[in-house]
Design a protein around this ligand. Structure first.
Ligand code: GLC
Length: 425
């Protein structure tokens, strides 16, 4: 048996978060038009004159946030985190502090308001992703990530930065966050993205908590929304973030920072980009999708699974199919996810345990022939069944070897990842 890690208490309301376990990330912005990665402005070093053309052509005529919310709920997702603004700087809401926003596109309206309402109506909690990086704001000092950087020499960057005043940008950042946390009701989670303290090869600084005014920003956020959870990308000391957010990786154990266990959520994509990427083909298989969710909860974390809607405002067919994989599985197996966490028991090879009190869930990644052996568990189980259909599973206990053996059906049930529900004594 392994002791279950206990993270230090955090300031926000963590209870719903560790219960719900599964959320939807949404990356939507002007980058849906080029449809070749949300970092396209950086990757191709696109200048404003060219990039801003997308503003004139952003026309999401199929946008129906109630449909998005319905698909999320059916997939078993319990919260949503939507990009209010990504690094490109474009704002999906009607901010009074900029013209670079959805209201000034053919969409002609605030796109966040109806989304917030739709997801709440489906019973999901609402969170915002907000980029502290901004490649559009004229006072955002140039650094190695900025699209303009590749066009200039270091001397020219330094010269250009004389006219860029971070305090002006910082004021803008804080004002917009205040706006988002004032005008859209209760926001459960704020996902800031991101800091990069290391200087580049020429010694030009990245961006840190000083640039964002992170301490003040967090103070304001907590005063406006006392229950809100804040993530770990503002370059603040370890006692500040509520949630740690390893991305595009599958932890093998409870996530630790500076040797201490933390509350954590891993964010993942269906394919290799966050924004809609038409030609990206590394879409994950149904097995990978379900295993990621299971594996995450078995290590005590949450999964935030991303959808990148198209420029028309829809989830494309591939995203819908991926969501459907979750919907089918969660319809009969969600009991092994909600309210569950890491188990103190050691799972057999190719299996993952999650646990909720006296119920232990055994997820089988590779279906065995007739028997599944659970070491050190001979006297632990009172009753066992397959979770998806509640059919009894017989077992034998060997007190000499302290092994419990489940009698498994020869044919793997038609479930992406079958789950056994074990009722502990
Ligand atoms: C990143 C990327 C990004 C994505 C995000 C999600 O740091 O810059 O495009 O939005 O993380 O976690």
């Amino acid at each position: 048996m392994t002791a279950i890690p206990t993270p230090a208490p955090v300031q926000g309301d963590i209870n719903w978060f560790v219960h719900d376990r599964f959320g939807m990330f949404i990356h939507w912005g002007l980058y849906a038009l080029p449809a070749r990665h949300e970092w396209v402005k950086n990757r191709e070093a696109i200048l404003d004159e060219k990039y801003d053309k997308y503003l004139r052509y952003f026309d999401p005529d199929l946008y129906d946030p109630r449909e998005w919310a319905r698909l999320a709920r059916q997939a078993g997702m319990k919260y949503v985190v939507v990009t209010t603004k990504h690094h490109e700087g474009f704002c999906l809401w009607d901010s009074q502090f900029t013209d670079y926003k959805a209201t000034n596109t053919p969409a002609g309206r605030d796109l966040i308001q109806p989304l917030v309402e739709a997801f709440r109506a489906e019973g999901l909690k609402v969170g915002f992703y907000h980029s502290v990086i901004d490649w559009h704001h004229p006072h955002f000092p140039l650094d190695r990530l900025h699209p303009l950087y590749k066009h200039l020499t270091t001397a020219e960057v330094l010269e250009a930065n004389k006219k860029r005043h971070i305090e002006v940008y910082r004021e803008y950042l804080h004002s917009q966050v205040r706006e988002l946390l004032t005008n859209y009701g209760e926001i459960a989670y704020l996902f800031f993205d991101f800091s990069y303290p290391q200087p580049d090869a020429a010694g030009l600084p990245g961006k840190t908590r000083e640039d964002w005014g992170s301490e003040d920003l967090v103070r304001m956020v907590r005063s406006l929304q006392p229950k809100i959870l804040i993530n770990d990308r503002l370059n603040l000391p370890l006692d500040q973030p509520d949630i740690h957010t390893p991305e595009q990786t599958q932890p093998r154990a409870w996530v630790e920072k500076e040797g201490k266990p933390v509350f954590w959520e891993t964010c993942q994509t269906f394919s290799g980009a966050w924004g809609y990427h038409r030609d990206e083909t590394t879409w994950k298989s149904p097995e990978q999708l379900i295993r990621m969710l299971v594996n995450t909860v078995s290590c005590g974390g949450n999964l935030l699974m991303n959808v990148g809607p198209t420029a028309r405002g829809a989830f494309d067919k591939r995203a819908q199919q991926a969501l459907n994989v979750y919907a089918e599985w969660m319809a009969v197996n969600s009991r092994s996810i909600y309210g569950c966490t890491m188990s103190p028991f050691q799972a057999p090879a190719d299996c993952r345990f999650t646990q909720n009190g006296k119920r232990l869930y055994l997820h089988v990644f590779a279906w065995p022939f007739r028997h599944l052996h659970l070491d050190d568990m001979a006297d632990k189980v009172d009753y066992a069944q397959l979770l998806h259909d509640g059919s009894e599973i017989a077992f034998t206990a060997n007190s000499e070897t302290n092994c419990l053996t489940l009698q498994t059906p020869i044919i793997k049930p038609d479930v992406t990842v079958p789950v056994f529900e074990l009722f502990l004594k």
